[in-house]
Ligand binder design. Structure first.
Ligand SMILES: NC(=O)c1ccc[n+]([C@@H]2O[C@H](COP(=O)([O-])OP(=O)(O)OC[C@H]3O[C@@H](n4cnc5c(N)ncnc54)[C@H](O)[C@@H]3O)[C@@H](O)[C@H]2O)c1
Length: 262
């Protein structure tokens, strides 16, 4: 076995659901730069199309397809389309972030309706796409599914980082992301015999022009002394999508500058 090409994605077809978002865009570009044909699938057609245009002008292989991950039919249509057009799907990354308008209100004010809606869109959205794509990959006897989880699916929040800001983190986020991590392990166990690997990535907080106070609090706490850049997540996704990780399944790859080890 030669190792110099181990991360190469040439000839592979990858889907990034939520590919028009902060992290998603980087993943789309990263996978495309490694040689994959990447389908940027998102509910936001405008953002998705603009980004794909930029990538194709750089001679990268990418195309936009509409996806509403909360709708079974939308997921099925997308998989059928890619199957017909490209004949294979090697990697599928769930990087969506559906949320209600009141997302982020303090815990004591969260309504049952809001809680249910968020769990339904986010966790059930991951369920829908994982079920459909795993069944597709089972038939082709290979594939890699990558679910974006979070450090908040692993450890409780440190609320001191929100001190002197209006920010907080929703309880539903912890429940959803914790659910995604164990759901990923369930899927890895269930589909292992079909050579379908299922892993997740748990990033720490990504810098996105948050209030200065918050960033200072965050940086002080984390061992690497900075928030993640969106670029920091890409290597993990390339690894899990490529043959370099061919014997890795059910894993939660933590990309958090050390947040969860202290
Ligand atoms: N940003 C962070 O600090 C961070 C940290 C850890 C984990 N994550 C996780 O990474 C993932 C991406 O986060 P982000 O910060 O890039 O979010 P983002 O809001 O920037 O992007 C999310 C994308 O999902 C799309 N989307 C929303 N609802 C959809 C639906 N129903 N169907 C299809 N697409 C839909 C949006 O249009 C958007 O393009 C999320 O699952 C998030 O929980 C983010």
């Amino acid at each position: 076995m030669k190792y110099d090409n181990i991360f190469n994605l040439q000839g592979k077809v990858a889907v990034v659901a939520g590919g028009a978002g902060l992290i998603g865009k980087e993943l789309v570009r990263g996978l495309a730069e490694m040689g994959a044909m990447v389908i940027l699938a998102d509910i936001d057609a405008e953002k998705g199309n603009i980004y794909v245009k930029r990538l194709t002008s750089l001679n990268l292989k990418a195309s936009f397809k509409y996806l509403d991950i909360t709708k079974e039919k939308s997921v099925i249509n997308l998989i059928n389309y890619i199957g017909k057009e490209y004949g294979r799907i090697d990697a599928w990354i769930n990087c969506v972030y559906p949320k209600t308008k009141d997302w982020g209100v303090k815990f004591e004010y969260v309504s049952v309706k809001s809680w249910k809606k968020n769990v339904d869109m986010h966790l059930t959205g991951f369920f829908i796409s994982c079920q459909k794509i795993a069944e597709y990959m089972k038939k082709q006897k290979r594939g890699s599914i990558i679910n974006m989880a979070s450090i908040y699916g692993m450890v409780g929040p440190d609320f001191s980082i929100y001190k002197d800001t209006k920010m907080t983190t929703p309880a539903a986020y912890s429940a959803i992301k914790g659910g995604i991590i164990t759901f990923t392990k369930y899927l890895a166990s269930y589909y292992g015999k079909y050579n379908v690997r299922v892993n997740c990535i748990s990033p720490g907080g990504i810098y996105d022009r948050q209030p200065v106070k918050f960033v200072q609090n965050y940086n002080r706490k984390v061992p690497l002394k900075r928030m993640a850049d969106k670029e920091d997540v890409v290597g993990a996704a390339i690894y899990l999508a490529s043959d370099a990780s061919r014997y890795v399944t059910g894993h939660n790859l933590v990309v958090d500058g050390g947040w969860t080890i202290v």
